[in-house]
Design a protein around this ligand. Structure first.
Ligand SMILES: NC(=O)c1ccc[n+]([C@@H]2O[C@H](COP(=O)([O-])OP(=O)(O)OC[C@H]3O[C@@H](n4cnc5c(N)ncnc54)[C@H](OP(=O)(O)O)[C@@H]3O)[C@@H](O)[C@H]2O)c1
Length: 296
């Protein structure tokens, strides 16, 4: 496949996807939003990336022009339903107009196909988007990676380094899927450049239970953390409902919704596609923590 790749979203994951594509010598065009700092655009151009300005919620003709002769579009945007649903649907229609052959949406999550509405409102948007562009005249390939290591060690709020605790809900022996951001990007780039890839591709850097994750974090950090059990998966569901009744802002409890999807096993991958790309050797949680968490 002639393979200029258009990447929308140059943040945490999108930036790494661009790096992974460049590592494979793929020509890359990146969409940055109007008002992006010139230094950021210059940094992309210095690496050989064509930079175009635009917004995926903007006029379709402008977006199609920005996509130009790319044959694959990868979306690594983040945002609310205006971006994830309406924006991505708009992007798909622009991609169709530009003659793009395949689209990789900004899924990059646990197995969204196994969830029900209201299990996780951010993942609901991804399923709504998928339903909206299901009939589009291009191939849609979803890349799923479980949880980012970076999120498990940070945003998820499991680890309290000051108190030396790792707190979790649910069965400590329930396995879940997790992958680092650079490894997710490497898999996404591999899928984008693989003419035989189709459907939903599922990858994991590691499949661990909370007990194993705790051991890996301890090994990597050289610290001892008390493993604290906060309650059952049902009690976590009740806690999410309690918090939903207290706030107008669902982002206050979305980390708990992600945890619920994981600790119940509901969004666990049934199979992995890692073996399609044997050149990618994902880093382990232990090595990730060793290289990112400062020693005590
Ligand atoms: N599995 C996991 O644990 C996990 C964790 C985090 C994220 N993710 C997923 O990874 C994907 C990327 O997230 P991220 O963390 O990389 O997000 P991020 O760092 O916030 O980057 C999002 C990018 O999207 C761009 N963007 C937002 N709205 C846009 C629009 N209307 N038009 C064009 N570009 C727009 C932003 O532009 P600016 O640069 O101008 O702001 C930014 O470059 C998302 O699907 C997210 O859900 C997964």
């Amino acid at each position: 496949m002639s393979s200029k790749v258009f990447v929308a979203g140059t943040g945490l994951l999108g930036g790494q996807i661009i790096s992974a594509l460049l590592d494979q010598d793929a020509p890359v065009r990146a969409l940055v939003r109007p008002g992006t700092e010139p230094a950021r655009m210059d940094a992309l151009r210095a690496r050989g990336v064509e930079v175009v300005e635009g917004d995926i919620t903007g006029p379709l003709e402008h977006l199609a022009e920005a996509i130009g002769d790319a044959t694959t579009v990868i979306s690594a945007v983040q945002g609310g339903p205006d971006v994830i649903v309406d924006g991505q649907v708009n992007l798909v229609h622009a991609a169709e107009k530009a003659g793009v052959r395949r689209f990789i949406p900004s899924d990059f999550a646990v197995d969204v196909t196994k969830l029900d509405d209201a299990d996780n409102f951010m993942l609901d948007w991804r399923r709504q988007a998928a339903a909206a562009y299901a009939g589009a005249g291009l191939e849609v390939i979803s890349v799923l990676n479980g949880a980012f290591y970076e999120v498990m060690v940070g945003f998820m709020g499991l680890i309290d380094w000051e108190q030396s605790t790792l707190s979790h809900w649910g069965d400590p022996d329930q396995p879940f899927d997790l992958t680092s951001v650079p490894d997710t990007a490497a898999f996404a780039a591999a899928v984008a450049l693989d003419p035989a890839a189709t459907g939903t591709q599922r990858f994991a850097g590691q499949v661990l239970s909370m007990r194993q994750f705790h051991e890996a974090v301890q090994r990597g950090s050289g610290r001892t953390l008390e493993l604290r059990h906060l309650g059952t998966a049902d009690e976590l569901r009740a806690e999410i409902q309690r918090q939903a009744g207290l706030t107008q802002n669902p982002f206050d409890y979305v980390a708990l919704q992600y945890q619920w999807c994981m600790v119940t096993g509901k969004a666990k991958f049934d199979t992995l596609d890692n073996a399609r790309y044997p050149h990618i050797t994902p880093t382990s949680v232990t090595d990730f923590v060793r290289s990112t968490v400062p020693p005590a």
